[in-house]
Design a protein around this ligand. Structure first.
Ligand SMILES: Nc1ncnc2c1ncn2[C@@H]1O[C@H](COP(=O)(O)OP(=O)(O)OP(=O)(O)O)[C@@H](O)[C@H]1O
Length: 306
C-alpha cells in the first residue's frame, strides 16, 4: 500500500502493521526539509553532478538511515545538512532555518575518531558549550551529565588514545548531544568497530534516541544496521545521487539486535538489497578502472599461480 505521505518526488511503501505509528509520525513537525538540492564538484577539470534534485522531509524525533552505493553522495548530503559544505542550488531547512553553516542545532558524528587528542574526555565534551559562551562550571556540569548518559563517567579524565573505538564514539556522541541539537547527523559512526561493539553501540544509540527528543540522520552501508535502526530508509541511487526510494520500516519498537533473524526483517532487508544493488553504473572513479595487477614479487617455484 502506498502511503499518502507528502514526499514530493519520492515513492514510499507501507505495511499495514504499523499504520498508526507512521500516521502519528507524519503529523509531527518537519524538522529537516531538503528541496531540490543539487551539488557538484570539480573533478578532473569538469563539474561532476554528485547530488541532483534531492528532496525529502524528515519529521521530529524520526530515525532515518541513508543508504546507497559507494560514491552516491551520502556523505556529501550529510555534510551539507551539517552546514560543513556550501551547496549551489536547492534549499536545506533545519528547524525552520535555512542551513548556511554549522550550528548548534545540528550535531555531527563521523566514522573517524574526531576527538581532540590533546583534551581529556571531559574537556572534549565541554568544548561545544564553552564555544557557545557557557561558563566553565556550567559546561563541566553538562559534560558530566552526558558522560553519565553514555556510561563514561569513570573515564572523564582519560585522553582519547586511552580509549577503545567504541568508547571514543560514545564520547563523540556525548560531545554532539551536549549541545542539544535538533538533528544529529551520523556518518558511518560504527563503521570502524568490531561486530560485537557495533551491536552494543547500535542498542545504546536506540536507547538514547528513545529517551531524547532528537531526530537522527544516520548514514550507513550496512543493511542490517539500517533496518534495525530506522523508521524510514532513504535509498540514494548513484550517478547522479538521487533519491531512489524512501522505505518505511514497519517493525515494532523497541527493537533488539536479535531482530536481524526475524522473517519480516529478512524480507525487508532482501527488498532493500535488491533496490540498492539494482544494476546501475558505478560512479566512484576509484572503482571504475581497476587495474590488472602485475606480478610484483618473484614467483616461488613451489607455488602455482592461477
Ligand atoms: N570536496 C570534494 N571535491 C571533489 N569531489 C568530491 C568532494 N567530496 C566528495 N566528492 C566526490 O563526490 C562523490 C560522492 O562522495 P561521497 O563521499 O558523498 O559518497 P558516499 O556515498 O558517502 O560514498 P561512500 O559510501 O564510499 O562513503 C565521490 O565521487 C567523491 O569523490
Amino acid at each position: 500500500m502506498v502511503s499518502s505521505v507528502p514526499t514530493d518526488s519520492v515513492h514510499t511503501t507501507h505495511s499495514g502493521a504499523t499504520d498508526d505509528y507512521f500516521k502519528a509520525l507524519y503529523q509531527r513537525d518537519v524538522v529537516l526539509q531538503v528541496d531540490q538540492l543539487t551539488q557538484s564538484f570539480d573533478q578532473g577539470g569538469s563539474q561532476k553532478v554528485i547530488l541532483k534534485d534531492v528532496s525529502l522531509k524528515i519529521y521530529e524525533r524520526e530515525f532515518v538511515c541513508v543508504i546507497g552505493p559507494s560514491g552516491c553522495g551520502k556523505s556529501t548530503l550529510g555534510r551539507i545538512v551539517a552546514g560543513l559544505d556550501a551547496y549551489p542550488s536547492g534549499e536545506v531547512i533545519v528547524d525552520k532555518e535555512k542551513v548556511k553553516g554549522p550550528s548548534a542545532s545540528r550535531g555531527m558524528v563521523f566514522q573517524g575518531y574526531t576527538l581532540f587528542p590533546w583534551k581529556t574526555v571531559k574537556e572534549n565534551v565541554m568544548f561545544g558549550p564553552i564555544m557557545g559562551g557557557r561558563s566553565k562550571s556550567s559546561a563541566e556540569r553538562s559534560a558530566r551529565e552526558w558522560l553519565d548518559v553514555v556510561g563514561l563517567t569513570k573515564y572523564e579524565n582519560h585522553y582519547p588514545h586511552q580509549l577503545s573505538g567504541g568508547m571514543k564514539q560514545r564520547v563523540a556522541i556525548a560531545r554532539a548531544l551536549v549541545n542539544e541539537p535538533k538533528v544529529l547527523i551520523m556518518d558511518e559512526p560504527f563503521g570502524a568497530l568490531d561486530p560485537y561493539t557495533r551491536q552494543k553501540m547500535q542498542k545504546h544509540l536506540l536507547d538514547l534516541w528513545r529517551n531524547i527528543d532528537i531526530t537522527i540522520v544516520f548514514i550507513t552501508h550496512d543493511m542490517d544496521e539500517a533496518v534495525l535502526l530506522s523508521d524510514r530508509i532513504v535509498v540514494l541511487k548513484a550517478n547522479p545521487g538521487e533519491v531512489q526510494e524512501i522505505i518505511e520500516v514497519p517493525l515494532a519498537r523497541p527493537r533488539s539486535p536479535d531482530i536481524v533473524t526475524d522473517s519480516h526483517f529478512l524480507q525487508l532487508k532482501a527488498r532493500i538489497n535488491s533496490i540498492v544493488h539494482n544494476p546501475q553504473p558505478v560512479i566512484d572513479p576509484a572503482l571504475t578502472d581497476m587495474p590488472d595487477v602485475p606480478r610484483m614479487t618473484p614467483l616461488d617455484k613451489h607455488k602455482s599461480v592461477t
